[in-house]
Write a protein that binds this ligand. Structure first.
Ligand code: GLV
Ligand code: GLV
Length: 323
């Protein structure tokens, strides 16, 4: 008997091919680059044994109930899993696959690119060139902040946080601080100093958020958080938008409490084009493209397919989330 698999979006062919050639599967795809509407998701998932989803799909009790008792495995093509109602999934005995490691390098690269673009005001400069605002080489024009001799604070020195730290160190970073429940042995490689969050915020020239979104980190970056940062400090977030209280960030940026912010993640996503953050020159917003290289997305699709198939056959997954 064929097992039904629902794939919630068009994904790189490297992954699709694996699913399509698996003879045990009857694969149904929401064959679009745009998200499946909620009502369609609830309908299409009915009777599915496997669900391959993205971080933009909220998989909650309603979806699980719509799927019904066949559902054995949810494979998300993402490292983050805050969009999955883990307790509900666990209760139903469903296994979960995700895609850590394979996107670490791409996401760390993007974080460095965003940090430099924000600190050195690249979007403003590009805009000035295009609009005729470039009248001369000017000693005081478009000055920003450099990494050489700076202190960088990483919140969440996990796989991606460490990869970011490794890449930033060669820019001449003087001190690399990190916060978190306990010191990590891996931090030695980047001479990371484990400090309380308050110390990190007070001493860092760059504050880089790279933690996962959990009840503990929800709106961690709020008014009190920004008020501890230097007026010359640059804030970077490539984790999840909800780690930040966006109203408080807006206020910190408009009042000069902090110098600038670079965000690859926001609430909501997409951010409405009339959002006040987009009117600020000192805020650089990217459309959640941390893992967006051709090769990384291909490998993510493959890994998601392998996780899904292993979940269907009851085999060990290449990357299973421990529930
Ligand atoms: C990207 O944000 C991911 O979770 O993979
Ligand atoms: C800059 O281009 C310089 O020559 O200082």
């Amino acid at each position: 008997q064929l097992m039904k698999v629902f794939v919630t979006r068009r994904i790189p062919q490297e992954g699709m091919k694996l699913l399509q050639k698996a003879s045990m599967c009857d694969v149904l795809v929401w064959d679009s680059d745009e998200p499946v509407p909620r009502a369609e998701l609830l309908e299409k998932v009915e009777g599915a044994h496997g669900l391959l989803c993205l971080l933009s799909d909220r998989i909650d009790a309603e979806v699980l109930d719509a799927a019904g008792p066949n559902l054995k495995v949810i494979s998300t093509m993402s490292v983050g899993f805050d969009h999955l109602a883990i307790e509900e999934i666990k209760k139903r005995g469903i296994r979960v696959g995700y895609t850590p490691d394979v996107l670490t390098d791409a996401t760390a690269e993007l974080t460095v690119a965003l940090l430099l673009a924000t600190a050195r005001r690249l979007p403003e400069g590009i805009q000035e060139v295009k609009s005729g605002g470039w009248s001369s080489w000017k000693p005081l024009w478009l000055c920003g902040y450099g990494l050489s001799g700076s202190t960088v604070g990483v919140i969440g020195l996990g796989r991606i946080g460490l990869a970011i730290a490794r890449r930033l160190k060669p820019f001449g970073v003087k001190r690399l601080l990190y916060s978190g429940r306990q010191p990590k042995p891996e931090a030695r490689e980047v001479d990371g100093e484990h400090v309380p969050l308050d110390t990190l915020l007070r001493e860092s020239d760059f504050v880089v958020v790279s933690c996962s979104l959990t009840p503990d980190t929800q709106e961690l970056c709020n008014k009190a958080f920004f008020s501890k940062m230097k007026n010359t400090a640059v804030f970077i977030n490539t984790s999840r938008g909800a780690v930040v209280n966006q109203e408080d960030l807006l206020e910190a940026l408009s009042s000069g409490q902090i110098a600038a912010a670079g965000l690859d993640v926001t609430t909501p996503e997409p951010l409405p084009t009339d959002h006040p953050l987009l009117r600020l020159n000192n805020c650089v917003v990217l459309p959640h493209i941390g893992s967006a290289t051709f090769s990384t997305r291909g490998v993510m699709a493959q890994l998601s397919a392998h996780n899904l198939l292993a979940g269907l056959t009851g085999d060990p997954m290449p990357s299973e989330l421990k529930l």
